[in-house]
Design a protein around this ligand. Sequence first.
Ligand SMILES: C[S@@+](CC[C@H](N)C(=O)[O-])C[C@H]1O[C@@H](n2cnc3c(N)ncnc32)[C@H](O)[C@@H]1O
Length: 257
Amino acid sequence: MNTSTPESQGAGAPAALSDATQAALRPADQAPHSPGATHIRSFVHRRGHITQSQREALETLLDKWSIPYADRRLDLAAAFGREAPTILEIGFGMGETTQKIAQARPDDNFLGIEVFNAGVGSLLRRIEESGLQNLRIVQHDAVEVVRDMIAPDTLAGVHIYFPDPWPKKRHHKRRLIQPPFVSLLASRIKPGGYLHCATDWQDYAVQMLEVLGAEPLLRNTVADYAPRPEYRPQTKFETRGLRLGHGVWDLIFQRTA
Ligand SMILES: C[S@@+](CC[C@H](N)C(=O)[O-])C[C@H]1O[C@@H](n2cnc3c(N)ncnc32)[C@H](O)[C@@H]1O
């Protein structure tokens, strides 16, 4: 089977890529579907630029720091080599924030999910160069990862920072924060664990407040929007949003018993 893609044929790319690397370089919206995948994707394939360094990281570090998507529950203790509270991050982008938080919180495990090849390559490189031991990656649609790989009542927290805003009304159906997904996500968080979202789009912030506020398994930790907690550094997308004059809204909800 010829599994090469335009992205995997770049100048300087090695002739033979491992199966895992070929899978990682395949367009994200062609990622294998698990049975019963009927949801609308919150992302579309981007034939984005990937640097040589990111490509090499995908080729050499994917097996070391990433966990392939599988339609079965992930043993978190085995994946991290220790028992520790696990925080899931959805859509880590280039991973700068993820790396900083994982470094600042060495007693927690971080599982980052992203579909974008350049972002995965970038975070693989950061993990390798920083020597971080508490960060792993799954390159797959987060909706399927949460549904299939994460057991109920297991996560200590979930971070969703600056999810794609899909600003056009006809695209709102692609927004990640929708009642069915939030309900699924809440069921995966341990009682007492938290869900932390941030956005620089006001109408998405309003939608988040409505959707999270309506989920029976969650309760707001403040009256409406929370101040940015110290553990969340300013992200790349946030910096861009602030430059464009956007506000920033953080929402921190807790899983009820
Ligand atoms: C706007 S970026 C924000 C990146 C980063 N959190 C930040 O603040 O800089 C949103 C990211 O979410 C990723 N994404 C969107 N839907 C996703 C999904 N269903 N599963 C995994 N990643 C997803 C996109 O590829 C993109 O990199």
